[in-house]
Design a protein around this ligand. Structure first.
Ligand SMILES: Cc1ncc(COP(=O)(O)O)c(C=O)c1O
Length: 461
């Protein structure tokens, strides 16, 4: 008799794993097995008593297909990672080729072509201003690396008192303990307060906070003036300011003027504080330029990248830094080195997916075509702009968002459910609805996105 591992409900009605004989009557759905065997991320699991999981069987372009064949337009790029559609033929091909050569080798003491080529290309994309790519797997690890490198730089430079960080109000830089220290979202941070050495926060230059008669640039200048006042008092104990350039995504797509980055760069220079640009969500063309920082004409001391860099295929993150930072670690003394590592650092498959992603950028003139796509996206949102409950409709490149006023509690869930029912994947953040689709939608798909977003609003207020 064949024995299957399966999920069953115990006498209390909870799903548990059990070994079962192959009896069809006892066989449970993939969804129940998932609830019994998997702890899903960023989820109060009990909510799945009301809201079923969706089992995705395959993807194609911007579409995901569930196991019943129903399709969903992935308007959030699967948590902001997918750039060129699911199962992209070019990335698939490059991965197949690499699979036949080398799946993985440790990066300490060894190197390989994909990691070298990728590092060279990324440095070239900064015009050589930053380089020496240091690799990890998830975005939060890149945040940790940048924080540790900054602090260790100051220590190696004989200024060990510079051991604190400052971030923007509402910032999000990941969920690991170090990253939570610079994440200003209470729901994610408060439960772990005893573990977290929280950074200081300064006001966000969020353009929505404009007072009567103020422009987005004015808001940026006002926020930068407060940053300067803070730095005057605190720069001697501060290693770095960390920012999400142009769009603070996880707090609800707060967008701000590039002027803030220009001013922050100048202030960081003046007060000898590093500037860390967390481009994990906004890098790789999301805001219109490859790096969001380019729009303010500055380079930070560190850039963190992840999510889109592998085209949404494989976990890959990295930190680029200025040569002066690298040089501060270069010494005979081992302890002055950056002794940080992850087992999968620089994984050849992930680097190959990233190289294939950058090839698409080069060969398909993606940034120019995205300017047209961004215009289509804006046009598709026009009917929403006219809705009386839609406030602060805003856009930065391939990110569009609006706030919904007058919505009752549970709006985000109701809205997401209604959109999903109509075949579009949207996950509002509180009362903010946003679109962050892969760079492959055609006009019909943008129209669908606009229509479903409006219809979902009518039924979920
Ligand atoms: C700006 C920013 N930083 C860091 C992270 C964390 O990345 P990961 O979820 O891959 O750890 C995210 C994730 O959404 C992010 O948006």
């Amino acid at each position: 008799m064949t024995i299957f591992i399966n999920a069953v409900r115990n006498s209390a009605g909870r799903l548990i794993i059990a070994l079962l004989p192959n009896t069809d009557a006892l066989f449970m759905s993939l969804l129940d097995r998932s609830l019994a065997a998997v702890w899903h991320p960023c989820t109060q699991m009990k909510q799945h008593e009301q809201q079923p999981l969706i089992a995705i069987a395959r993807g194609e372009g911007p579409w995901l297909f569930d196991s019943d064949g129903k399709r969903y337009l992935d308007a959030v790029s699967s948590w902001w990672v997918n750039l060129f559609g699911h199962c992209n033929a070019h990335i698939n091909q490059r991965l197949r080729e690499q699979l036949e050569k080398l799946e993985h080798v440790m990066l300490a003491g060894f190197t390989h072509e994909p990691v070298v080529r990728l590092s060279e290309k990324l440095s070239a994309l900064t015009g050589g201003a930053l380089g020496h790519a240091f690799y990890a797997s998830d975005g939060a690890s890149a945040t940790e690396i940048a924080l540790k490198m900054s602090l260790h730089y100051w220590r190696n430079s004989g200024r060990g008192s510079k051991d604190r960080f400052v971030c923007l109000a509402g910032s999000y830089h990941g969920e690991t303990v170090g990253a939570l220290a610079v994440t200003d979202i209470a729901l994610f941070r408060d439960a772990y307060a005893p573990l977290v050495r929280a950074a200081d926060t300064v006001p966000s230059p969020d353009a929505r906070t404009a007072e009567a008669g103020e422009s987005a640039v004015d808001v940026a200048r006002r926020a930068a003036a407060i940053l300067e006042a803070w730095l005057i008092d605190n720069h001697e104990r501060t290693a770095a300011l960390i920012v999400e350039p142009l769009v603070q995504c996880a707090t609800g797509m707060a967008m701000y003027d590039p002027e803030y980055l220009r001013l922050a760069r100048a202030l960081c220079d003046k007060y000898e504080v590093h500037l860390i640009a967390d481009e994990i969500a906004v890098g790789c063309g999301r805001t219109g330029t490859f790096f969001a920082c380019e729009q303010s004409g500055i380079w930070p001391d560190f850039i963190c990248l992840s999510k889109g860099i592998s085209g949404g295929y494989l976990p890959l993150s990295l930190v680029l830094s200025r040569d002066s930072i690298y040089q501060a670690f270069y010494a005979d003394d081992v302890s002055r080195g950056f002794l940080h590592s992850h087992s999968y650092t620089g994984n050849p498959l992930a680097c190959t997916a990233a190289l294939a992603t950058l090839e698409i950028f080069e060969h398909e003139n993606v940034l120019a075509r995205n300017a047209e796509r961004a215009a289509s996206m804006r046009a598709a949102a026009q009917p929403l702009a006219e809705h009386p409950c839609v406030k602060h409709l805003r856009q930065q490149g391939m990110i569009l968002a609006f706030d919904v006023s007058g919505a009752s509690s549970g709006f985000a869930r109701r809205y997401g459910d209604a959109a999903r029912e109509a075949g579009v994947l949207l996950r509002p953040i509180g009362n903010t609805v946003y679109w962050m689709p892969p760079y492959v939608l055609d006009e019909a798909e943008f129209s669908l996105l606009g229509k479903v977003s409006l219809d979902a609003l009518q039924v979920s207020l």
